[in-house]
Design a protein around this ligand. Structure first.
Ligand code: CU
Length: 517
């Protein structure tokens, strides 16, 4: 491992501007700068990415990049601005709606938006080859076919996703449907939208992101404080009643091990792809980058004026990653962490996320039904489905997926799948010859998948909190583990992505295409 090689690898990110521009004008399908006449949207909005400011801390405002939205057509409740947050507006959609989004890139570099978790046509998926140059626009048109759930949107340009998301470009996309309405879940003030993002902020209140620091990029960039929907470690007044907490881990690289104080148990009712079939009660929740969780907590018996803390509990750093010190060609004590900034809180550090404070007011009561939702037939186990093994290993200066690194338009034979077909993909998280290994949250675009089986690995403090139930689009593969998922691929043909959702790993090429044909 030569420092020179690593620096060259990482300096590629600085070139993303030029490459993104080239891909946007390449011969790839489909260039979308005009709305199609045959598509009549129920909802139409514009979404602009641009530099801006947010009052995050007292004192100087923080320079950010942010999405702002404008509703052109559709229900007035479609866009919900989070007051004081750098996050983009919450986009609230209903299953069955036809949606047109006019994306305006007002950044000084290429960008494109991915609708994380939604099953949309190729042209609307935000593949990096579709990134538009600074000042250009892109039109998305799709129908919402997903189940009610907590989805999100963020940029996906080649090698610049980590920097753009870190600067503030992300937002929630919440889908509703009749099945969820029927449950009468706690709503209004009793529903909390919590996007967890760790950040480093300097003495002048400005975001710190060291994209040129090889060690921090190799591990994934970590902050030392947690923002909840753009607010640092907030305290939120709540009624003494049931609360619905929608969580998104929108962090670049931090894996949270979440728990409530005062022995408050969480009832997990939803994951990445919406409601679970049955509620699951668990004391801790492991949430990896890109993952969502929908949970209920009952605060009705807690006295007014009480603080209920939501914390990420301490766990051994090695459970999130074993980046072999000796293997990196460095002497003992000169490992990756040793060279990282001392202002960083390592993965596994104990961190306060937020606090709920009960006020002297009785809140809503709720009875959690035993049955939450029905899944379609693709949930059923498929016998005889093709099993594809995807080894994950750090070699040749890169995190490899199936032995390969990202190539913009390339698809290997085993990455070509028939539309609507079902396969098992087995992600095998291997140590390289030097002992380097890390936990990787693997995300697949298109349809949600089912986690079928975990095997291998060693004792890991993150395992107890894993929430594999229900439809997922991100699965955390712990060091040494093999995780098998069952995926029924989108019926939309085209080029889609699967990748690690540690954004620095993704930008380093831990990403591959699969082609739905
Ligand atoms: Cu990774």
């Amino acid at each position: 491992m030569h420092r020179r090689d690593l620096l060259r690898l990482l300096s590629l990110s600085a070139m993303a501007g030029a490459t993104g521009r080239a891909y946007a004008t390449s011969a790839f399908p489909p260039d979308r700068q005009t709305a199609s006449t045959g598509f009549v949207p129920d909802v139409e909005l514009s979404l602009t990415a641009a530099p801006g400011e947010a009052q995050i801390l007292t004192g100087a405002p923080t320079r950010v990049w942010r999405f702002t939205g404008q509703l052109i057509k559709g229900p007035a409740t479609t866009l919900q601005v989070l007051p004081g947050s750098y996050l983009g507006p919450v986009i609230r959609l209903r299953r069955g709606q036809k949606v047109r989004v006019r994306f305006n890139n007002r950044l000084a570099e290429p960008s494109i938006v991915h609708w994380h978790g939604l099953d949309v046509p190729e042209a609307a998926d935000g593949h990096p080859r579709l990134a538009v140059a600074a000042g250009r626009d892109y039109i998305y048109e799709f129908e919402v076919t997903n189940r009610a759930g907590t989805y999100w949107y963020h940029p996906h340009p080649h090698m610049r996703t980590s920097a753009q998301v870190y600067q503030g470009l992300a937002g929630l996309l919440i889908v509703g449907d009749a099945e969820e309405d029927h449950l009468g879940l706690p709503s209004g003030e009793a529903e909390h939208l919590c996007v967890l993002q760790d950040r480093q902020v300097d003495a002048g209140n400005q975001l710190v992101f060291r994209g040129d620091n090889m060690m921090e990029m190799m591990n994934g960039f970590l902050g030392n404080r947690v923002m909840v929907s753009g607010r640092p470690q907030p305290t939120i007044d709540v009624d003494a009643g049931w609360q619905r907490i929608r969580l998104l881990n929108g962090s670049n690289a931090r894996i949270y091990k979440l728990a409530w104080s005062r022995d408050v148990k969480m009832t997990l009712i939803g994951g990445d792809g919406g409601l679970l079939q049955q509620p699951v009660r668990q004391p801790v929740l492991t949430l990896a980058p890109g993952q969502r969780a929908d949970l209920l907590i009952d605060l009705s018996s807690i006295a007014a004026g009480s603080d209920i803390h939501f914390d990420s509990q301490a766990y051994p750093e090695a459970d999130a990653g074993i980046v072999g010190m000796m293997g990196m060609g460095m002497g003992r004590g000169m490992g990756m962490r040793g060279m990282a900034s001392t202002t960083t809180a390592a993965n596994g550090a104990s961190l306060r996320v937020m606090t709920l404070r009960t006020r002297n007011r009785t809140g809503v009561s709720y009875h959690v039904p035993d049955r939450l939702s029905a899944f379609d037939a693709t949930w059923a186990a498929v016998t005889g489905a093709r099993i594809r093994q995807v080894p994950i290993v750090f070699q040749r200066m890169a995190w490899l997926l199936g032995g390969r690194t990202f190539e913009m338009g390339q698809v290997a034979p085993e990455e070509t799948v028939a539309a609507g077909s079902t396969q098992m993909w087995e992600f095998m998280n291997l140590a390289n010859g030097m002992g380097m290994q890390a936990a990787h949250p693997i995300h697949m675009h298109g349809r949600q998948f089912r986690v079928v089986q975990r095997s291998g690995g060693t004792t890991n403090a993150l395992r107890a909190g894993l929430a594999d139930q229900g439809w997922r689009d991100v699965v955390l593969v712990l060091p040494g583990e093999t995780v098998r998922v069952q995926a029924t691929f989108s019926r939309h043909p085209g080029l889609y992505l699967y990748h690690c959702h540690i954004l620095e790993h993704e930008d380093m090429g831990m990403m591959r295409n699969f082609r739905v044909s």
